[in-house]
Design a protein around this ligand. Sequence first.
Ligand code: ACO
Ligand code: KIV
Length: 550
Amino acid sequence: MTPQAAASNGTDEGGESAEDRVRIFDTTLRDGEQAPGFSMDRRAKLCMAQALEALGVDILEAGFPQASPDDFAAVDDIARALRSTTVCALARCQSGDIDTAARALQHARRSRIHLFLSTSPLHREHKLGMSKNQVLETAIASIEHARKHCDDVEFSAEDALRTEPEFLADIFSAAIAAGASTLNAPDTVGYTTPAEMVELFAYLRSHVRDAHKAVFSAHCHDDLGMAVANSLAAVSAGARQVECTINGIGERAGNAALEEIVMALKVRAPHFGLHTRIDTRKLYPTSRLLTQVTGQALPRNKAVVGENAFAHESGIHQHGMLKHRGTYEIMRPQDVGIAETTLVLGKHSGRHALRQRLEALGHRFDDNAMDSLFKRFKILADRKREIRDEDLEALALGQDPDATGPWHLTQLNTSSHLGSSASATVKLSHEDGRQIGEAAIGDGPVDAVLRAIERATGTDMVLTRFQVRAMSEGGDAQGHAQLTARHAQRDWNGTSVSTDIIEATAHAALAIVNRIERQLSQDPPLAAYGQGVPLSERRAKGCAQQETSA
Ligand SMILES: CC(=O)SCCNC(=O)CCNC(=O)[C@H](O)C(C)(C)COP(=O)(O)OP(=O)(O)OC[C@H]1O[C@@H](n2cnc3c(N)ncnc32)[C@H](O)[C@@H]1OP(=O)(O)O
Ligand SMILES: CC(C)C(=O)C(=O)O
C-alpha cells in the first residue's frame, strides 16, 4: 500500500491509525552529511543506515545520487541492504537527477524519490531566475517524470516558510494532482516561529486541493534554535511526517534533532496524542554511532543523548533524586538506551549523594567521620572538576583516624630548578597552639619537604620507603603517597592523597610524625628517642625557622 493510499484510508501498514502516527523521515545521511565536518564514507553510511533501520525510522534519505559517484554508490549500497525501511534519494527538478536517483534506488525493497524546487520569491528571482508559473510547471513535469520510476514521490517546496501561502497551496495542489504523495514544507533557513508553523499547516490543510491524499511534512532548520519546536508545532497542526537527523546535524546550525522530536512525542503523549515507530531504547546507541563515524562529539548538555542528559551534580537535585527520581527527571534513561542516571560527585554535591556513593563502594561512616570526610571532599572537589569512584576510595582511605593531629599542615611552598637543589617551606600548627614555619633544601622537592617537616616538628626520620601512585585517570588525578620511615628503631607508616603529589607526600610525612608523637605521649620509654633535635640545636644548624605563638 502506498503512503498515499494509507493516508487516504486512515490506516498505516501496522494497522494503527495513520492519523495518529508521525512518520520519521531521517535525513542524517543527506542533509546531515551536507554540513561541514560531517562527511561520511560509504562504509560509515551503510553502517548508520542499518542502525537507523533498527531504530525504526520510516523513511531514510540515503543521499543525493547526482551529487557524486560516491553518493550514488552509497545510496545504491543502502538500497540493497535495507529490508523494511523506505530508502529515499534526493533529486532536483531535472530529469537527469531524477533518472540517476531512480537508478540508485533500483534495488530497494521500498523506495521514494524526493524532489525539491524553491518556491519563495527570493529564491525564484535570485537563485532560479524563474517565474511562479515556471516553478509550477517544472515541479509538475518533474513529479510526473519521477512517478514513471517510482510510486512514492515526495515534493519539497524549498524555502516554503518564506513563500506566499496562496502560491504554496497552489503548487501543493498541483503536486498532488501530478502524483506526489508527500508534501514537504521546509523551513530551509530556520526563520519561522512555532505559531507561524501552526498557522501555515492549518492553512495548507484547508486550502490544498485533495489534501487528504497526501501526507504533510515539516523539515526544519535550527538557525534560531527552533527546529524541534517548529517540527512539533507542525505535527500539532496536522503534519504527519517530520524530517530530522540524529543529533540534529545538518546544514549550518543543523536540522531538527530526531531524538528530541521522538522523545517529546513520547514523554508528552497525552499532550500530542501521537506516536512514532521508533524504538527509543536505540536512540542513545545510534547517537553514539554517529559521533564515532563522524568524529564529532556532542555537547555534554545535548538534550536526550548528551552526557549530562541524565547526570546530576548539585546536592539539592541529588537529594531529590535519591528520594524520587521524578523530582528532576522527566524520562527514564533506559527509555533512550542509557544504562542509568548518574549522580556525579563534584563541588556542588551534598552529603546525601556522597554517603550513598561511599556506601555503594562499601564504605560506611558515622556522622562525625562523615562530616570530616565531607569537608575534605569539598576541598578536593574545588580542585577537581569531577570526583570519580577512585577519588572516593582515596578519600575514604585518607580518612584513617591515625593520620589526624596533633600537627596540621597550614602552608606549603616548594620550588625546584633544573640542575640545582630544591627548597621547601612549611608552616605547621600544633594542637597545643604552636605555629611553626621551617624551610629546607633537599635533593628534589620531596626531600626538601621531608627535611622541613623534620625540622619543624623536631622529629628525625629516615625514609625507608616512598611510593606515589595515581588513584584515578587524567591530569587532575589524585596521587596516593605511601611513606615508611625509621624512627626509634621502628618503622612508621603514613599515607595521604591529594591532586598534588608533593602535598600528598607532606601529609603522609606528617601522618608519620603524628603517629610517633601520639605513641610517645602514651609510651614514656620511647619518648627518649622522640625528642628530635632541640630547638636551640636546630637554630645552630642554620635552619630558617620562624616560631610564632598562637
Ligand atoms: C536546501 C537543500 O539542502 S538542497 C540540497 C543541497 N545539497 C547539495 O547541493 C549537495 C549536492 N550538490 C552538488 O553536488 C552539486 O551542487 C550538484 C552536482 C547537484 C550540481 O552541481 P552543478 O551542476 O555544478 O551546479 P551548482 O551546484 O553550481 O548550481 C546549482 C544548479 O542547480 C540549479 N538548481 C538548484 N536547485 C534546483 C532544483 N531544485 N531544481 C532544478 N535545478 C535546481 C541551480 O539553478 C543551478 O543551475 P545552473 O547550473 O543552471 O545555474
Ligand atoms: C531539500 C529540502 C527539503 C531541504 O533540505 C531544505 O529545504 O532544507
